[in-house]
Design a protein around this ligand. Structure first.
Ligand SMILES: NC(=O)c1ccc[n+]([C@@H]2O[C@H](COP(=O)([O-])OP(=O)(O)OC[C@H]3O[C@@H](n4cnc5c(N)ncnc54)[C@H](O)[C@@H]3O)[C@@H](O)[C@H]2O)c1
Length: 354
């Protein structure tokens, strides 16, 4: 994936539904970097759409979704970024054959994900999900090392996040029956699937925190099972209230010939963030292993958001068969999320205490 979209893709007009935090902080800055053509925006709060349009020079602000649909040309790409429970009614309104990018998660549970898939199929839509961590510049760099067989056979992936996340910034989470896995670790589950394929099974324990008892679980341990020779572990704690010094967030990948460790800064000291650091090592016969640092241009926010939109544009233009992040693929990420919650509810194996 290039950081700058192909010229043919840049011509396809984008119509955005939802003018909230993520559209302003990531979608629009990314699309501006890519040179995408953003033609219209709508929000149930008109002033939100209007102020976003002013900030990003979007020519058309609509009073409602129906008005937007009536105006959008046949080659439009719709970009829906509203709270997950609002997604299905919007998808039902879109015309047959639409190209549409939906914000993650793909519905609030697996039943909704299946409904979204069914709608996309029955309306013959080109539909994809905005699981954009797959396209973060540091992940693109890892994929290059993997495709060049520089890391050898992968046998370990570990994602470790120990930060303080101010969940109260997202109003809709206060009532949500599921929080951490569905809204956050879902990115890591999707990334592991994107790199390693579907796991055989998922083990998990997701836990609440005494400092935020009103929220559903906010910490998770997730094991994605790839058999006896490959370890895939996700460990997240969003309740590290002890200041910046010991906060950490990394993705580590180990293979038979090399390894990568990405310290990603987006979540550190949120929302300030910290610099990313990409380190790698390539084993050489008879040489002392030496870690090296690679300079990576761009980060998860906002650059990765170019990739998820670029996929759908390229598929719409016939440059690729289907988006890598198609609903047909992403439904499997939702299946893993569902499995994680089920595993957590079911509990572990009880030791036979005497
Ligand atoms: N990394 C990521 O991919 C990422 C990060 C944050 C949020 N998100 C997802 O993006 C979505 C939006 O999150 P946010 O942080 O922008 O939330 P937000 O609350 O800041 O914004 C949501 C916006 O949608 C509008 N809206 C709600 N229902 C609507 C409808 N039916 N039609 C038109 N507009 C409607 C609201 O008025 C609001 O302006 C959520 O699904 C969230 O999970 C993804």
């Amino acid at each position: 994936m290039s950081m700058i979209a192909s010229l043919s893709s840049q011509k396809r007009p984008i119509f955005i539904i939802g003018a909230g935090g993520i559209v302003n902080a990531a979608h629009l800055p990314a699309y501006r970097l890519a040179g995408f053509d953003i033609q219209g925006i709508v929000d149930i709060v008109y002033d939100s759409a209007k102020s976003t349009a002013e900030r990003f020079n979007i020519p058309h602000v609509f009073g409602n979704v129906e008005e937007m649909i009536a105006t959008a040309p046949a080659n439009a790409v719709f970009d829906i970024a509203v709270p997950a429970p609002e997604t299905i009614p919007l998808l039902e309104k879109l015309p047959e054959g639409s190209a549409v990018l939906l914000q993650k998660p793909m519905g609030v549970n697996y039943d909704q994900a299946k409904k979204i898939l069914e709608l996309a199929r029955s309306k013959n839509m080109l539909a994809a999900i905005n699981f954009q961590l797959r396209y973060a510049p540091y992940i693109i760099a890892v994929k290059k090392l993997i495709s060049g067989n520089m890391l050898g056979q992968l046998n370990d992936i570990e994602i470790n996040v120990d930060v303080y996340t101010p969940w109260h910034l997202w109003n809709f989470l206060s009532e949500a029956p599921r929080v951490e896995v569905l809204y956050h670790s879902i990115h890591y589950i999707d990334l592991v699937r994107n790199l390693m394929g579907n796991p055989r099974s998922v083990y998990a324990k997701t836990t609440k925190h005494p400092a935020m008892p009103q929220l559903a679980s906010v910490r998770s341990n997730i094991i994605m099972d790839y058999g006896d020779m490959v370890a895939a572990n996700i460990l997240t704690n969003h309740c590290h209230i002890y200041g910046r010094p010991k906060q950490q967030s990394y993705i580590k990948i180990e293979g038979s010939k090399g390894a990568v460790k990405i310290n990603f800064g987006a979540l550190i000291d949120y929302p300030r963030g910290a610099a990313d650091r990409f380190e790698y090592i390539l084993l050489e016969e008879g040489k002392e292993p030496q870690w090296q640092e690679m300079n990576i241009e761009g980060s998860w926010f906002p650059h990765a958001f170019i990739g998820s939109m670029e996929q759908i544009m390229q598929a719409a233009d016939g440059l690729i068969d289907k988006p890598d992040n198609s609903v047909e693929d992403c439904i499997h990420t939702m299946a893993c999320v569902e499995a994680a919650y089920q595993s957590s509810e079911k509990g572990g194996v009880r030791p036979d205490f005497f």
